[in-house]
Design a protein around this ligand. Sequence first.
Ligand code: HEM
Length: 517
Amino acid sequence: MSAAQLKTYTLQEVAQHNREGDVWIVIDSKVYNISKFADLHPGGTGILLTDSVAGKDATQAFYGLHRHEVLLRPQYARLQIGTITGEEPLYKSQTVGEPSNVPYAEPSWLAKGFFSAYYNESHKRFQRAMRKFAMEVVYPNAVECEDNGKRMSPDVLQKLCEMNIPAMRIGPGKHLKGRSLLGGIVAPEEFDHFHELIVNFELSRFGTRAYLDGLLAGEVIGLPPILNFGSPELQAKIVPEVLDGKKIICLAISEAFAGSDVAGLQTTAVLEGNEWVITGSKKWITNGVFADYFTVGCRSKDGYVVILVPRSDNVSTKAIKTAYSSTAGTAYVTFEKTRVPVANTLGKVGQGLQVILSNFNHERWMIICTSLSAQRMVVEECLKWVNQRMVFGKPLSSQAVVRSKLANMIARVEACQNWLESVTHQMNNMSYEDQSDKLAGQIGLLKQFVTRAGRETAEDATQLFGGRSITAGGMGKLIENYHRTSPYDAILGGQEDVMGDLGVRQALKKMPKDARL
Ligand code: HEM
């Protein structure tokens, strides 16, 4: 029914429709005729026919059991027949692109009346455009694929590439030259790590963790070794193909034998004339299922070497069933005497470990961004829930123990944000060499801190949502996804304890020789 056809009713009129076959209810000043729908209601028919619901204002009961978005689904929105005379709806859907006004739902630089030392007008413009794009183009596909396990749609991939989002996810640099970023909203030479942080934040607010990895996370870690160590010929061919979405690339380092311990790799590369012959297997390779190129860490007789391997008959990929959706394309990859030209070598033979390690800081920083954005989303979900959920006649937020959990969640997310922004500022101002020297340890410590914080927040959120947090749909669906998938952040790109240890080892290495108590 269109808005123009909607009639107005009084509560007394609605009250006449309170029996089986003739049921009206009011939710937030809107009148719904649920006479036919009652038999189809997923929560059962009986509940809609009770005295406190049929013919009554059921707003509070509804919001205690459903997300607002239920009423926006076309099949339910059309049950609305009118509004209550003189009343206005209280609960409005957020305008796409606008920041949330729930406290702490946004980093403070986006909150009304707050200031920031780091973000300027260009970042603000960029954030608004990025959120709009993410919500309108990416979000619907994210929800669908997270559920059905299929890879991102070709249409979304094309639009992402038109906006050059895959290129921006690699960070500032020469690969952005001549590209129109988000429709030209920021010039390539102006693009910095805060713009990149915004891209990461906006893509990880949906609570679809596996889709986020399916959204070319493999490229973010697989392409830099080519950009930084590939021959000019190799770069000229591969970089545009990948950044324009014609080919998919992934990073193939970890093995069943070696995870964070990259020095333990067993995949071998043997030189035969002008070709490498590669044999071995790789595990947990994000995007591997659908990748065309694999950036592979190998062991050779002269030490470690990284080689770009195109998909061929001698490369096989098998999906691994993990705790998150198969939309990420996580693979077990096998190389059976795979022949690759020597020209595909990235960096020098024997210096492969440096090639692999060189991009770790950036990868970890990206995971910190996405993990933190998702944690903030959890804080927003929890604040909304405790505010609307009534228990024993009072909102859940009236319990001190509930508020105490929220206090910890908020403090964690704000502390992490401030540390992340400080590190990002350093990245913007330090040379690449300085970043490797000065930030590797700090990024390791920050990653450990953020991912631990994330899992504590996941635990607290499940206690607040109860059974709903272990249910894949409905009120707690985002909490369920976050709780199930937050360990990924603590493992991918370097396992949590290893990260902390790296940070401390770096600090110890830099201890002044004359330091004494
Ligand atoms: C236009 C009105 C309504 C619509 C369109 C609607 C729709 C739905 C839908 C789609 C679900 C499945 C879970 C979900 O997706 O959130 C559901 C579950 C449920 N609904 Fe409704 N509903 C309406 C009104 C009500 C009212 C007034 C009540 C009464 C208090 C109610 C009680 C329930 C219950 C108890 C469940 C099961 C919740 C659970 O499994 O946690 N519904 N409803």
